[in-house]
Design a protein around this ligand. Structure first.
Ligand code: PEP
Length: 253
């Protein structure tokens, strides 16, 4: 029995810390009563503290959007896991925007996954193919390869606690979500790779999310897929009501 997991990736929104705190409060009011799902919001790093404060006493958890794998040092602009642990329960790692815009490699993402686990943070490990990779017939291979690389050196006990987000790059922020069939097929590929790497018991336990233009209109059909255990939600998480509708769809699937 896998508990649904729905996380909002606010990216570089909203523009001020005060607005982030207000969105956190609105989100807590909207999703606080939806039992049966892990609910997470991932604000920009500058707003983590304000959002954590706004969510005190609420079941909504806080996640970060990124972190560095080193414990400290000359890494201008970066945050260490120890700077997040008092504020966050989880951290998004390997998001395609980090890979594409900031040159993050599988090795770099893997170092972060291991550092997050060592610090007690739940990594939300993002993997997914570009449209060119899909058109060339390579989508499954990309997901398998990125998972093998991202989870390299992780023990089985830790691997089951990683949340995997299948996020096709062509669906992120485009309004063109994967069909429920593709979401299911690729979530099953991800789960199959966990089985190959860590065994079938681990694969049964690990949660696999779908991400890419999830909306209140498509959430129920995606949530109905047996291998999709939740969603990583970008744009729609900036409206508390939409995020709540999506969360409800997964909680009641
Ligand atoms: C994301 O950024 O992880 C994402 C899925 O964005 P959107 O829902 O806006 O496509």
């Amino acid at each position: 029995m896998r508990i649904p997991f729905v996380a909002g990736n606010w990216k570089m929104n909203p523009p001020t810390i005060a607005e982030a705190a207000a969105l956190a409060s609105d989100t807590a009011s909207a999703v606080g009563g939806i039992a049966g799902a892990t609910r997470v919001v991932c604000p920009p790093s500058a707003a983590l503290q304000a959002v954590a404060r706004a969510l005190e006493g609420s079941p909504v958890e806080v996640g970060a959007q990124n972190m560095h794998h080193e414990a400290k040092g000359a890494f201008t602009g970066e945050l260490a896991a120890s700077m997040l642990t008092g504020l966050c329960s989880c951290v998004i790692l390997g998001h395609s925007e980090r890979r594409q815009l900031f040159g993050e490699t599988d090795d770099f993402v893997n170092a972060k996954v291991r550092a997050a686990l060592a610090a007690g943070l739940t990594p939300i490990l993002c993997v997914g193919e570009t449209l060119d990779e899909r058109d060339a017939g390579g989508a499954e291979e990309v997901v398998r390869r990125r998972l093998a690389a991202g989870l390299d050196g992780v023990g089985t006990g830790d691997a089951v606690g990683v949340v995997i987000a299948y996020e096709p790059v062509w669906a992120i922020g485009t309004g063109r979500a994967a069909t429920p069939e593709i979401a299911q097929e690729m979530a099953a590929v991800a789960r199959g790779q966990v089985a190959a790497l860590f065994g079938s018991a681990a694969a049964d336990e690990v949660r696999v999310l779908y991400g890419g233009s999830v909306s209140p209109g498509n959430a129920a059909s995606i949530a109905a897929q047996p291998d999709v255990d939740g969603a990583l939600v970008g744009g729609a998480s900036l409206a508390a009501g939409d995020f709540a509708a999506i969360t409800q769809a997964f909680a009641s699937a």
